[in-house]
Design a protein. Structure first.
Length: 358
């Protein structure tokens, strides 16, 4: 089994990798996640994986299990929002015969089925206070009882959880128990959105292109370079899931328009101001057309993105008195992403040293 931290992913390996296998890419952001997973895999720590929808939280959880001593034992995924609240407790912890109407036989819960393995609670914020209270017992290593049961059940299960919401806010709003939040977040793995790893977009697009071509019986044809360049400019609010869906439509229809995401990254009004390098006046007095010289549109867009990002980061840092963690939350990006941007843009506090505030 290859070491995650030592994986050298070539373009060919990324393009031809099976769908949903591994955290693919060569960007620093995704390598940072792979390194962290490598360090955490062999422990039994509870891990909270957060990130926007479609960023690969499920894949990160499976890698934590795959590279752990529990590999070969059960990996049980529970999609919490997909199970009605009224039966989620019985699904997780099981029930005895006659515990409620319709319970004609005893049934083990998901925690029992995951014994000696890993349980992955996806979208944990969607659980009720009742379920969270019982979950706390398991997180604290205490035995639990099935619904209607009289015998305590002890399990050895590693708990992984995922969320696309701010759990600290969920605690403040009364939707999440504070003690459960603290136990779940022993270690945090933040999945970067696709717009924070734009250099991976062409590789991922070709990865989906290759796989969907094979699955749909189509001849694999690389996406034209100009389209790949355009794709790096879209926001991709649905992240990798949206990218994969768009490429699948492209493979099916052959229509380049299906490769468009949810819009360009740069503000529409910013690009022309940054893109125009010079303007010359007419050479005669007849009011003939004025000649303009422009830099390439891609370069202009990138400049606009960078200038906007830098300005927003500086404003957030000033607003939070240079508390970088608060600034990251304000900007809705991960702490590590903020630190990378501060380093790239060489942002420093004028007139004194930066306040750590972390």
């Amino acid at each position: 089994m290859p070491e995650l931290a030592q994986m050298s992913q070539t373009r060919e390996e990324i393009v031809r990798a099976p769908l949903n296998e591994g955290l693919l890419g060569t960007s620093a952001a995704i390598q940072e996640v792979r390194d962290l997973i490598q360090r955490l895999a062999e422990s039994s720590l509870t891990v909270l994986i957060n990130g926007e929808s479609g960023t690969g939280k499920d894949i990160a959880a499976r890698l934590l299990h795959k590279h752990s001593p529990r590999y070969g034992k059960p990996f049980i995924k529970v999609n919490c929002p997909a199970i009605p609240e009224s039966i989620l407790e019985s699904e997780l912890f099981g029930y005895e015969r006659g515990a409620f109407t319709g319970a004609r036989a005893s049934k083990p819960g998901r925690f029992e089925l995951a014994n000696y393995g890993t349980i992955f609670l996806d979208e944990i914020a969607e659980t009720s206070y009742t379920v969270q209270g019982k979950l706390l017992q398991v997180l604290d290593g205490e035995p639990f009882m099935r619904i209607g049961g009289v015998h305590a059940i002890d399990v050895d299960v590693r708990v992984l959880a995922a969320t696309n919401v701010d759990l600290e806010k969920a605690v403040r709003d009364g939707r999440m128990r504070e003690d459960v939040f603290f136990r779940l977040s022993e270690v945090l793995v933040s999945m970067p959105p696709l717009r924070e790893r734009r250099e991976d977009i062409p590789l991922l697009a070709e990865h989906f292109n290759f796989n969907h071509s094979e699955r749909l019986g189509k001849v694999y044809k690389p996406i034209p370079e100009r389209l790949l360049e355009e794709m790096t400019q879209y926001e991709w609010h649905g992240n990798i899931r949206e990218l994969g869906a768009c490429v699948k439509k492209y493979v099916t229809t052959g229509d380049p328009e299906t490769l468009r995401g949810e819009g360009p990254a740069a503000p529409a009004e910013a690009a022309p101001a940054v893109g125009r390098s010079a303007e010359t006046k007419p050479s005669n007095g007849n009011g003939e057309s004025v000649a303009h010289r422009f830099v390439p549109l891609k370069e202009a867009t990138q400049r606009a993105v960078e200038e906007t990002e830098r300005a927003m980061i500086e404003e957030a840092l000033r607003f939070t008195l240079w508390n970088r963690r608060k600034a990251a939350r304000l900007l809705k990006i991960s702490y590590s992403s903020l630190l990378r941007r501060i380093d790239v843009y060489q942002i420093g506090k004028v007139g004194g040293d930066e306040a750590e505030g972390d």
